[in-house]
Write a new protein. Sequence first.
Length: 280
Amino acid sequence: TTPDSLESPASDPSIIVYTWIEEVEGIEFIVYSSSIEARTKNSFTNLSSGESGVIIYNVTESTNSDWRKTTDYWEGPDDLFPNTTYSFKANSRNQAGVENGETILYATSTLCNTPSTPELLKVHISSVSLKINTNSNTPWTKYSIKVSSTGITKYLQQNNALGDTAVYRDTATWTDNIWVEGLTSNTTYTFSVNAKNSNGVTTTYSLLTTTVTLANPPANAGHDNATQTKVSITWTWDSGGNQKEFYAWTASSDTGWTSSVNWLLGDLGTNTSYLLQVKA
């Protein structure tokens, strides 16, 4: 027997045992309209040693970062669709290459593209119609329409009136011929559009479309002081109008644009009828 004071020699070769590395605790994202950067939320001990590493998968795109020895953001594909949801998962492994197991799925959506300048379709006295230019956003993207004039900023509501709060709807709901109602005649308005993605993140507003609503038509056209060769024509502004200039004409003459509300016609034929029209 071996005396108690003596020890057996150590095993040869020596056995190296590696403990488990930390599990991935979650995934963080930096989101753009055509790409998503992803990294693990937590750090890892001795990540640079041996076979240690972390890997991130874009499950939707069937791609991954490969095993990496860093927790910096993985940039991933740069050709993603705007306002589209993508799912990710991750894993970690220790110095011996033993994996912990994949995480649950983490999802996020790319940002929307900022809409292009809206297209102006029709202009009336108290309303205009326009069309949203989506700039290649996905069909489920939602948009709000901002309407501004001197001293006011409003947003188009579901009933085509203006309100204080932005209303977001997709283009199928807004339609391709969106009416903005309740405007003031002969007034300059600007229109712009922004977009909101599935995560509720909005873009900046688009470049502006600018127009001036039509003037109210002149009213109460009449005449007085008629003689055999001349007559004085008068008219007034329509109620609530902001007209600046009027244009009156007959088949043979006109006033040109003028701020006057009367017109003296001379050199007329005796006992002859004349048709007069006025616009603003």
